[in-house]
Write a protein that binds this ligand. Sequence first.
Ligand code: GLU
Length: 449
Amino acid sequence: MYVNNVIEKIKAKHPGQKEFQQAVEEVLTSLAPAIQKDKKYQENAILERLVVPDRQIHFRVTWVDDSGCVQVNQGYRIEFNSAIGPYKGGLRFHPSVNESIIKFLGFEQIFKNSLTTLAMGGGKGGSDFDPKGKSDGEVMRFCQAFMNELYRHIGAHTDVPAGDIGVGGREIGYMFGQYRKLTNRFDGVLTGKGLSWGGSLVRPEATGYGCVYFAEEMLKERGESLSGKVCTISGSGNVAIYTAEKLYHLGAKPVSVSDSKGMIYDEAGIDVALLKELKEIKRVSLEEYAKAKPSAKYTKASDYKPGTNGVWSIPCFAAFPSATENELGLDDAKTLLQNGCKCVAEGANMPSTLQAMDLFLKAKICYGPAKAANAGGVAVSGLEMAQNASMRSWDFEMVDKTLHNIMESIFANASETAKEFGDPTNLVLGANIAGFRKVANAMIDQGVL
Ligand code: GLU
């Protein structure tokens, strides 16, 4: 009752914010048994407090393009919850960005960051700026203009942004430079930095590697593994690329990737070196992959029919949705299950619709929800903050091993919590309740704020 009331109030208050509503509904519904069990959460109005960000910063970003025209974009930073640490979460630059998307991402980040075992609160930001097709100079001027406002709201102990869709090492570099210029300070104020100026090894790989480590943990409990298995991946950003790389390390075969224009099905196995060259260096469409590799079949996104010919129609043992929110709907989920898929590990944030998620839970396959499965990225951001604070840098093995341990403990925590509530395979419930309790208990300890 209490949970439903809070969900209904959010829907009535923000009727246009579909993604935010979806994230709130997914989390709060699964928290119901924990709220029922312990009255202190309702007595302290924890849910009402959790769904309202501490503060929302909306700002204008004004910059000049290569033809000398003045361009205006919308900038956002939503500081959601800092009960267990400074606000932490990425920046997304994509034309679809709006308040609803940043709020859903910021809300999810609270629970994800809590699960990492590190001291990080939840926040998210970004802009409707589209880096695609822009020159390096344009991207630099945009990032500088974005930081001209953002710098006054962030800090190593206040709010530490990082990358997300459309924001990688290049953008973090331009933003860090402008922060330093404006403040005359060299702080660990952003993560995902370059290695020679405070970045951490394994940060680019972390989300993809972590997601595969998580999938392995889920399978291990059932006496299975990824070795020798065919896997599908969507997306072709750093999450997808390093998911493919880690799958090969474990003896599996990734056979697909996608971008906004189309998808590649390469039965011979995705060529990771080629993918890196096309996406990290040349920044071109996947059509070029098909031209370079005869075993690859390219399908245009405009020809997709859900459940029929997209990435999720390729028969696979394990699926790794690593593109964007709601990319995997009910029809896709049905096709995956019909084709014998045994494991779904979410590299993107909220890639499955509520209906697809329900179907995976009912089928009791290994389903790793984003907040748990993709927490490796922000976890290594936390390790980057630790390295910055101690003025040391760790070697690759040390970061990778710590990441692996963190993913194991996220799985153990989610799985034990799911068992505690009598629904042992439901990691949505397990991850959400485990992430929630740490934050909610901290809020209660710290009083009514
Ligand atoms: N954007 C990533 C996420 O969704 C990483 C955030 C970070 O490193 O702060 O978790």
